[in-house]
Design a protein around this ligand. Sequence first.
Ligand SMILES: NC(=O)c1ccc[n+]([C@@H]2O[C@H](COP(=O)([O-])OP(=O)(O)OC[C@H]3O[C@@H](n4cnc5c(N)ncnc54)[C@H](O)[C@@H]3O)[C@@H](O)[C@H]2O)c1
Length: 455
Amino acid sequence: MKTILCIGAGYVGGPTMAMIARKCPEYRVVVVDIDAERIRAWQSDRLPIYEPGLQDLVKATLNKNLFFSMDIAKGIEEADIIFVSVNTPTKTFGQGAGRAADLQYWEKTARQIKAHAKTDKIVVEKSTLPVRTAEAMERILQSGNPTVHFEVLSNPEFLAEGTAVKDLENADRVLIGGHDTETGRKAVKALADVYEHWIPRERILMTSVWSSELSKLAANAVLAQRISSINSLSAICESTEADITEVARAIGMDARIGSRFLNASVGFGGSCFKKDILNLVYLCQHYGLNEVAAYWEQVVTMNQYQEDRFVQRMIAAMFNTVAGKRIAVFGFAFKADTGDTRESPAIRVCHSLIEERAAVVITDPKALNNARKDMADCGDKIVYEEDPYRAAEGAHALAIMTDWAEYKALDYRRLYASMSKPAFIFDGRNCLNHRDLFEIGFNVYPIGKKPLSHL
Ligand SMILES: NC(=O)c1ccc[n+]([C@@H]2O[C@H](COP(=O)([O-])OP(=O)(O)OC[C@H]3O[C@@H](n4cnc5c(N)ncnc54)[C@H](O)[C@@H]3O)[C@@H](O)[C@H]2O)c1
């Protein structure tokens, strides 16, 4: 029986390995992490992350051919293929701070692999990394240990949180980057064999290691660019009374453009878009491509502008002051169907509201624990409330930050009745029926559209 090891039991490592275990019953799949609490949670009924369908997927294979463990050394010793799926956040210190990827976790795992490997290994970069990281890894792995051969492959993950299980099951493509050498081609084949258990062969793309590494950064940059493009147009709509939904529909029906990722919103979040674009920006600067760096950096600038614009619009609509006013923030996760709040626009919006001395109440079906951590610096200035109806009681405004399906199904008459008047709704996701809300009595402020106001 072949053994697959994954180092890093996070949003990527956990779901990806659960899918491999499910689809490849003849492989033993072990996931290790340094975080004991996370490992215990994966072994329990309360998984450390929320993803639709994940609980069933893990349950089907847990302790059959899927194992979670803290024993990294043993895991390395026994594995044939080692996926590395550790976090690669933006560097907060030293050279490249605020842009470059912090590779300390990655390098530590490389050193661990080197220390414990007694037989040849295929090492797979699952984490998103700067171009040519594999080269650095190979140097660390090969130094002073000629008896064991390490073949480094790039196999970036394209799953989106909230739809991770669906994305893994039915991936648009799986990308494998390897070296064009005998051992490189053999390693690529060994990894492709795993995915071929459920992914059609024509969707498994094989490229050079460098193209694969860059493709992941490029995919996130282009996806985020679409959001920033439509958000920039939403600002023009608000000034001209054009309607962003009509504009998005009109341009999206052009087959060359396509309709997806054209929803205007308060901005994109998630652990990846901003960090990966900044990583790309840093890479461009490193190679002296300053115009290219500035071009991509603007995608991040526009996103921050959109978050700030959202708060400015709230304040302007509410008679230029929110001080002392209760504002119910509906949703803190960066998108629906996840409890992940990393880089969520709600973080910046809530901080700005607190600075304006608003009384902020946050509600979210899955992300309240993370929200408490993200907003810890605000202490008891923020109230956390599971029940959206209670969150709205006495509020002057609702701010919709996450497009949770349950928010579309709330009884807005009941919410309106319990709120201070005039009552406002700021729909940061354009996910509610604005005409109905207006008829109930709300003053409605969507993104990129004329407000529906009784005032
Ligand atoms: N989250 C996403 O949607 C997504 C999608 C595609 C790619 N990625 C990329 O995948 C990588 C992982 O992202 P994530 O969201 O799963 O991160 P995460 O923070 O949820 O998980 C990373 C895990 O690695 C563990 N870890 C760190 N150093 C370790 C070590 N030396 N030994 C063992 N475990 C260690 C951490 O404890 C953590 O549990 C990142 O590079 C990210 O850019 C993420």
